[in-house]
Design a protein around this ligand. Structure first.
Ligand SMILES: NC(=O)c1ccc[n+]([C@@H]2O[C@H](COP(=O)([O-])OP(=O)(O)OC[C@H]3O[C@@H](n4cnc5c(N)ncnc54)[C@H](OP(=O)(O)O)[C@@H]3O)[C@@H](O)[C@H]2O)c1
Length: 258
């Protein structure tokens, strides 16, 4: 049975990505810190789809978390058929006021662990000559984001890394997709420290996570390099390409400090 390794699967977009892969008959290895939430999902998916779900409780913000995680996976499992690097979080506020330790944890999860896991899994997939990888970036990847400066920068990194490696892997049987959602109605804004009543992260401004996951799963299996769910998000990414960079940064600042 093919299986998918998915990080950040306890809630939000990652949880719905797990549902999408289960629907397609994949066994799952789910990773996050919230064991209870993943336990519920495991019971739900195993009974609905007759698949096997393995849970790994892991804090991906600690140094060498990616190395430890993949070593643990490979003790008992073959090379994954699908890797989805979805775990991530944001931090809202001015850069100079941010807490260094918090920013280090953010960079560790969004960049360091993602990179390590992707590289290790990719090396094994290339030997096998097959595999699909999806990294969850963001529309934030396309321009700088005042008030979320570090988060936006981490997502630009994820997008660039994914596109570059996708090209390196052309013709190898392994594909790399960057999923770039816009604002999505999950717990993301709460973790990031946005005001609870932020209109940016509530419908109709924000996309539903199940729709983002469905779109992402299709893009993953189609082997697309960059996938931007939603017409409004696609248009905003196109607009940003044509605006002078300084104007794009000013507009992004206005939207974020709403
Ligand atoms: N929501 C948006 O507006 C939006 C837009 C664009 C991109 N994204 C990206 O989409 C991805 C998923 O976010 P979401 O919106 O679904 O947010 P979410 O509901 O807060 O889910 C985040 C997931 O990441 C996991 N995670 C966070 N820190 C972790 C850590 N230290 N160790 C292990 N797992 C950790 C969480 O699990 P535990 O807390 O259980 O550990 C959770 O499963 C992120 O990469 C985010 O940057 C979100």
């Amino acid at each position: 049975m093919p299986y998918a390794l998915i990080t950040g699967a306890s809630r939000g977009i990652g949880r719905h990505l797990a549902v999408e892969l289960a629907r397609r008959g994949f066994d799952l290895v789910l990773v996050a810190r919230s064991e209870e939430l993943m336990d519920d999902l495991k019971s739900e998916l195993e009974s609905a789809h007759k698949i096997q779900v393995t849970l790994i409780v892991s804090d991906l913000s600690v140094p060498l978390a990616g190395e430890a995680l993949y070593a643990r996976v490979r003790q008992t499992m073959p090379v994954p058929d699908v890797l989805i690097n979805n775990a991530g979080f944001g931090a809202f506020g001015t850069f100079h006021d941010a807490d260094d330790h918090h920013l280090h944890r953010l960079i560790q999860v969004n960049i360091v662990t993602l990179t390590s896991l992707m590289r290790q899994v990719l090396a094994d997939m290339l030997v096998r000559g097959a595999g699909r990888i999806m990294n969850v970036a963001s529309c934030a990847a396309f321009n700088p984001g005042p008030l979320m400066a570090v988060y936006f920068a981490t997502k630009a990194y994820v997008l660039h890394l994914s596109e570059a490696v996708a090209q390196e892997c052309a013709g190898s049987g392994v594909t790399v997709t960057a999923l770039c959602p816009g604002a999505t109605a999950t717990g993301f804004h709460r973790t990031a420290g946005f005001p609870e009543d932020s209109w940016l992260f509530a419908p109709p401004m924000a996309e539903r996570p199940e729709l983002v996951a469905r779109y992402g799963a299709r893009a993953l299996f189609a082997g697309r390099r960059v996938a931007i769910p939603g017409i409004a998000n696609k248009l905003s990414v196109i607009a940003i390409r044509f605006l002078p960079r300084r104007v794009a940064v000013i507009l992004t600042h206005r939207v974020l400090r709403h």
